[in-house]
Design a protein. Structure first.
Lengths: 87, 968
């Protein structure tokens, strides 16, 4: 598996640490309530198809990257620096 | 028998028998030349088996190479190259290949059919592990492992290219020429020792010259192209995501302990062309497994390429025109062709041999080698004495790699075979025989066209010129299994025959995946390469369906067996767990300190002195240094993270539960870090070195995790913050100098004296040691007046010498991990033994540290009522008060009267030490409602070590509870 780091280019997946769903980008406010926090912390979709998750270029530039990929075909559509994602 | 006497031969052994062979030729060829027919015993029934193929698909001739730790089992004799002194052994036979005791299994065959294990060894259950399985494992199997550490060397490597061409036969060579001439960066990989594929064995012309000459010319041109890499002996084993391919290279030349045996490649290719050719498939007829029954194309390989005759009198049996080539080539080589037997009624064949059309082989004879066959034609059976039978049931395109990413092949009726479904692997196209194009002319054309397409896709301008070649069409009439009695073998490597498959169908294992698991068809090391299609046809017939409706099993990587040692090359021993050494490592080892692992780091346990015979003596002495004089300890393994920027303080406020923006420059603060789910992640101190400059310390264990966490906080959660972080763990050597005389020691080594006013508890700042700029932190993990002194790592070794020498003049010295642990337990300081991932700030009594003036990671989740419940297990201290003084970590806590059972558990212990300061055993642990239970006496039960003690619950800070010693 190869992931294109926006800083470093296409790299072997061994250089990356896998975190999980990119839902982490949408951190609720402290007072958002238990349901919002429960969803944020624990509830995850398990899609057969397109998904977005966070990878860390740990053995590279140290960038957190949002990877859009397909869980069925394993195709990677796009990669974006997490720091630049609009929210 | 050899057709020509070779010039240079060397000697190797097979089961101790000396055999001459040509260096580089397959061991199978040399065995054949020496007249060795019986090479192996089969997996289950211990049937005598010979050589069946001339390639990596070999099902029968598996051997063991070498002995002792260097023995390698299940090597295919058809791939193994002859070299001087090579030691080859047969396997799965005892006492000898010829007189194999376990051959009795073959007589028991009626009872050992498919499903036998499941049916026979079901009951009683307890017998399975102790009785049945060991017996079955001993009786059935292939080669064995030595049980010793692998002494052989393996390597791994990475390669990148524009185009990976898999298979160097006519299609692959033509593809390489076309794309190579256009300038593409190419890797051409072939598993054989030489490029050429089928052209190395066939007698035909390309461009008006013998095919072998054309191959040589093509190779001369390819070798001259700097953009083409030729990799022989390299099997592409798997197709993976984003154009990654696995490949196994067998290293050329004689095996040697100092030379790797194999190299596992990970090849990254923009595009790939699969030109892997096709594999000839057998026909299932009674006793088709006798040594001497071979694939028709393999016979051509041995005769035409290796100059070895597989027999004196050979018959050829097939259902397709390609088989006829074998009869012609044998006759041309002067070998007697007893008959050409073709199952089709209307064939055209002429030659200096008898041609039997509409005829099949229905029986064979010969115990350890083939002696004759029975041919049935028009209902009439006749015996023909032969010592070799060449068989061909047609060709299976080598579609395997196209199935590695969920692709399913497509059935093509006209060639009675599966072909690749286009676009099964992104970026890969197929060409030649693996695509169902079986003539040389078609292979060359498809190779050239596929390469031209690929090259154009890469922005190149290829030219397509295809040489003239053999266009004889491949005609076939499907023939899978003969009727009649006797076992008709399909999967030779796993001993599966037609009846097994019929039985599976009869017992309603009609799905091909069920049949496979019920019969073990295709589950041997060869993964059913040669046998799956025949098995499928038999299943289709038994279930009254067509082959495409019956489906196929899934081909998974690897295409050929790959040694785990090759895939894991470089990751054994220290390659798996590299050593991280501190700057004081060599000095510690020189002092006789036993080193213990802390992650990848090595740290000294204690520093034994003369006369000390037990670690506790050293440990107690070192604790005494710190409590009474001064001790020195290397703490460089703690993570150090440099944090800078206008928002550095805001970042710290966000990741720590407590405030850091209020921390003054020149001061240090203890910080507690939570995970977002409200549990404790790590703790440590952070010093403010400047208005926008902090340095954080983490625990040794969590250094990497915290670094990742901080980057996550900064990039994912708070990209609005302007701050940057860098790990500086290895840039600084840092030493704890702890004890009442620590300041005296430092004043002896620092360039400027420390004063009470400038260096209160939790102060930090720049210092100099003999002119070397360093940092000093007045922090304490022992509860004593203490400092940590950091210098650039290159000065670490000398600073450690200096500090320990000074400490010794002050009645102290170096201390190790054991003493450090005792000191912190005496003070109730936590480590990851306590903050093990399931505890909250509330559990360790630090919930009041969580600032409500700001948001931080974990703050919201930590406030959930379940994480603040008084019923939770809370950090406590424990002291022995009964006859048993020994406390242990990992023990459970119970009420005095309750049975020591899980359901009654009140908590558990996490750390334990003998305190020489307090002259008692101490433990830290977690106890339900623990903070309200100080003074209670409960039971500690260690079920594993069988220790039970009465313990008193107390505050976790056992020593100097008001902290006066550290501040003073
Ligand atoms: Zn990067």
């Amino acid at each position: 598996m190869r992931i294109t780091c926006p800083n470093c280019g296409e790299r072997d997946r061994r250089e990356f640490y896998y975190q999980g769903d990119a839902v982490a980008l949408a951190r609720p406010a402290s007072d958002a309530g238990p349901q919002a926090w429960d969803d944020y912390l624990h509830n995850r979709e398990n899609p057969a198809g397109d998904t977005q998750d966070l990878w860390f270029h740990e053995a590279g530039c140290g960038a957190w990257i949002v990877v859009s990929r397909n869980t069925v075909t394993h195709a990677i559509d796009s990669t974006t620096l997490a720091a630049t994602v609009k929210r | 028998m050899r057709l020509q006497e070779p010039e240079d031969t060397v000697s190797f052994t097979f089961d101790g028998q000396s055999i001459r062979g040509v260096p580089g030729e397959p061991v199978a060829a040399a065995l054949m030349a020496a007249g060795v027919k019986l090479v192996a015993r089969s997996f289950k029934y211990h049937r005598p088996r010979g050589i069946m193929s001339a390639g990596s698909e070999e099902q029968n001739a598996l051997v063991t190479v070498g002995r002792g730790a260097q023995a390698e089992p299940n090597v295919r004799a058809t791939v193994l190259e002859v070299s001087a002194g090579l030691e080859v052994f047969s396997q799965n036979a005892w006492p000898s290949l010829k007189y194999d005791v376990m051959a009795v299994n073959d007589l028991m065959a009626p009872f050992l059919g498919a499903g036998f294990y499941y049916k026979t060894f079901m009951w009683p259950k307890a017998f399975w592990e102790k009785l049945y399985e060991p017996i079955i494992r001993r009786a059935a199997g292939l080669g064995g492992l030595s049980g010793q550490p692998n002494a052989d060397r393996y390597e791994k490597a990475f390669a990148f290219c524009d185009v990976l061409i898999i298979g160097g036969g006519p299609a692959g060579l033509m593809a390489a020429l076309t794309a190579g001439r256009a300038g593409a960066d190419i890797i051409l990989a072939d598993e054989d020792t030489a490029m050429g594929g089928r052209l190395l064995r066939e007698v035909e012309d390309i461009d008006g010259q013998p095919a072998a000459d054309w191959v040589e010319e093509a190779l001369v041109e390819l070798r001259a192209l700097p953009n083409v890499r030729l990799m022989t002996r390299t099997t592409v084993t798997g197709a993976y995501d984003q154009g990654t391919y696995g490949a196994l290279e067998r290293i050329a030349g004689p095996r040697h302990i100092d030379k790797p045996l194999e190299c596992f490649w990970r090849v990254v290719a923009k595009r790939a062309i699969l030109s892997a050719g096709a594999l000839e498939r057998p026909i299932a007829f009674p006793d088709n497994d006798r040594p001497g029954v071979m694939m028709a194309s393999a016979v051509r390989s041995y005769v035409n390429r290796w100059g070895v005759a597989p027999g004196k009198t050979v018959a050829v049996f097939g259902n397709n025109d390609d088989a006829h080539r074998t009869a012609h080539d044998l006759a041309a080589a002067g070998i007697t062709v007893a008959a050409l037997i073709d199952s089709r009624p209307d064939i055209q064949a002429e030659g200096d041999f008898e041609v039997l059309s509409n005829a099949t082989v229905t029986a064979t004879k010969g115990r350890h080698a083939l002696e004759g066959i029975t041919v049935t034609q028009d209902g009439e059976a006749r015996e023909i004495p032969v010592d070799c039978l060449a068989i061909s049931g047609g060709w299976n395109p080598t579609v395997h790699l196209t199935c590695h990413m969920n692709g399913r092949p497509t059935w093509r009726e006209d060639i009675a075979s599966f072909v690749p479904t286009p676009d099964s692997i992104p970026g890969m196209v197929t060409a030649g025989a693996c695509n169902g194009a079986f003539t040389t002319a078609a292979c060359l054309k498809e190779g050239a066209e596929a390469a031209a397409d690929v090259a154009r896709g890469l922005g190149l301008k290829p030219k397509v010129t295809v040489p003239a070649a053999d266009e004889r069409a491949y005609k076939i009439a499907p023939l899978w299994a003969m009727p009649g009695k006797g076992r008709k073998w399909i999967d030779f490597q796993n001993d599966v025959h037609v009846k097994d498959i019929n039985l599976a169908a009869q017992e309603n294992f009609r799905s091909v995946e069920h049949m496979k698991r019920y019969t073990t068809q295709g589950m041997a090391p060869d993964q059913g390469k040669s046998s799956n299609v025949v098995a499928l046809a038999v299943l289709a017939d038994a279930t009254g369906r067509g082959i495409p409706e019956t489906g196929t099993t899934t081909f998974r990587p690897p295409f050929v067996p790959v040694s785990i040692a090759a895939m894991g090359a470089g990751s054994q021993g220290k390659g798996f767990a590299p050593e991280r050494l501190t700057t004081s490592h060599h000095a510690s080892v020189a002092r006789g300190a036993p080193m213990i692992e802390a992650g990848l780091w090595y740290r000294p346990s204690y520093f034994p002195q003369q006369g000390e015979t037990y670690w506790r003596q050293s440990c107690d002495r070192e604790v005494g240094y710190v409590r009474n004089a001064v001790g020195v300890c290397d703490v460089s393994t703690l993570g150090k993270i440099d944090i800078q920027g206008p928002d550095a303080a805001a970042l710290l406020d966000f990741v720590y539960v407590n405030m850091f923006s209020t921390l003054k420059q020149g001061r240090v603060r203890y910080g507690l870090m939570l995970r977002e789910d409200g549990h404790v992640m790590d703790d440590g101190t952070t010093a403010r070195l400047g208005p926008e400059h902090f340095v954080m310390t983490t625990t040794t264990a969590a250094a990497g995790q915290v670094m990742r966490h901080l980057e996550f906080a900064l990039q994912v959660l708070r990209p609005d913050l302007d701050a940057r972080i860098a790990s500086v763990t290895e840039q600084w050597a840092q030493f704890a100098v702890a004890g009442p005389r620590s300041r005296a020691l430092l004043n002896a080594v620092l360039d400027a004296r420390l004063t009470d006013a400038d260096w209160p508890f939790m102060a930090c700042g720049d210092v100099a040691v003999a002119g070397v700029a360093g940092r000093l932190f007045r922090i304490s993990f022992s509860g004593e007046h203490a400092y940590e002194l950091a210098v650039p790592a290159r000065y670490g070794a000398s600073l450690f010498r200096l500090l320990t020498a000074q400490a010794e003049t002050l009645g102290g010295g170096a201390y190790g991990m054991e003493a450090l642990n005792v000191l912190r337990i005496e003070k109730g300081f936590i480590t990851h033994a306590e903050i093990h991932g399931r505890v909250t700030a509330f559990d360790i009594g630090m919930d009041r540290m969580i600032s409500r003036k700001k948001d931080c990671i974990g703050q919201t989740a930590a406030a959930r009522s379940g994480l603040m419940s008084e019923e939770r297990e809370q950090l406590v201290g424990l002291k022995p008060v009964g006859a048993v003084k020994q406390l242990t970590a990992g023990a459970y806590l119970f009420e005095p009267g309750a049975a020591a059972e899980r359901i009654n558990s009140q908590g558990y212990t996490t750390s334990e030490a003998y305190s020489p300061t307090l002259k008692t055993g101490l433990a830290l642990g977690f106890l339900k409602r623990g903070r309200a239970r100080h003074g209670e006496v409960i039971r500690m039960v260690d079920h594993l070590r069988e220790i039970e003690a009465k313990v008193e619950v107390c505050d976790p800070v056992f020593f100097d509870p008001d902290g006066g010693r550290a501040r003073g």
